[in-house]
Write a protein that binds this ligand. Structure first.
Ligand SMILES: C[S@@+](CC[C@H](N)C(=O)[O-])C[C@H]1O[C@@H](n2cnc3c(N)ncnc32)[C@H](O)[C@@H]1O
Length: 237
């Protein structure tokens, strides 16, 4: 079974011997692979739509895991009870969808000892929501597949008051900022280019240039540019 580099890297953050809820499972490749590799003991594979649930049932049956992986249909965490499993994965969805899923069922989202998230967009807003809602960052990762860089966030509800992350930590990721990652330079370049383009577009409008958004984006762009220069001793492009 080849699940690709993105899913395999997400899988590498799931703790050994854990039980997993995979929300938005689609074909259930992640839980099936993790079970096959002996990482997890059992899983609940959930999806909001019938087609993906059918596909998940087919994969689970093909690998003979019907007694270990239960496929459930439902919106986000509404089909999981607190304590049923100890880990959660939500991958391949936008940051705002992930926020929506975690915020709708707080007793469930607060119950996991490990949550592995792979947002497709808006990772900064997701980090901000997690930080504001008392989740601690355990780890973060980067993976490249098909020329796209994906961020992975590993969190859990903290049992102590968390400190507010800085703008640069929200943007880059507090663990990615601290730890070494071979893709970090490329990731930082991508972020700098993104904000450079955004500012260039906004600069075309005199109204946009007067907004608070323009000021805050300029600030974050300057911080990212500075960080790149400090780390690599050159301009990002
Ligand atoms: C792009 S697929 C990602 C599949 C897999 N997690 C991955 O990363 O390869 C997104 C899946 O999430 C499901 N989904 C979207 N919103 C959801 C929600 N609120 N609750 C459960 N599943 C959802 C979709 O039906 C779809 O199957």
């Amino acid at each position: 079974m080849n699940i690709g580099t993105r899913l395999q890297t997400i899988a590498s953050f799931v703790p050994k011997n854990s039980s997993l809820a995979d929300v938005g499972t689609d074909h259930a490749y992640l839980p099936v692979w993790l079970l096959k590799e002996g990482v997890i003991t059992n899983a609940i594979a959930c999806d909001i739509a019938e087609g993906p649930c059918k596909a998940a049932e087919n994969t689970v049956a093909a690998y003979g895991y019907k007694n270990k992986i239960e496929v459930r249909i439902g919106n986000g965490l509404e089909c999981i009870k607190p304590g049923e499993v100890n880990s959660l994965a939500i991958a391949g969805m936008g940051g705002s969808t992930i926020i929506d899923i975690l915020s709708r069922n707080p007793e469930v989202s607060n119950s996991f000892s490990t949550i592995v998230l792979q947002p497709m967009a808006a990772s900064n807003s997701l980090r901000q929501w997690l930080n504001k809602n008392g989740f601690e960052f355990l780890d973060e990762g980067l993976v490249e597949e098909g020329n796209i860089l994906y961020e992975i966030l590993v969190v859990r509800k903290a049992d102590y008051p968390t400190t507010t992350l800085t703008n640069i930590e929200l943007e880059v990721g507090p663990c990615l900022l601290k730890n070494q990652n071979s893709l970090f330079e490329k990731y930082l370049q991508k972020l700098c280019l993104h904000y450079e383009k955004l500012l260039a577009n906004m600069s075309k409008s005199e109204t946009a240039k007067k907004t608070d958004k323009f000021v805050s984006i300029t600030k974050i762009y300057q911080e990212l540019e500075k960080l790149y220069y400090e780390r690599y001793g050159k301009r990002y492009c």
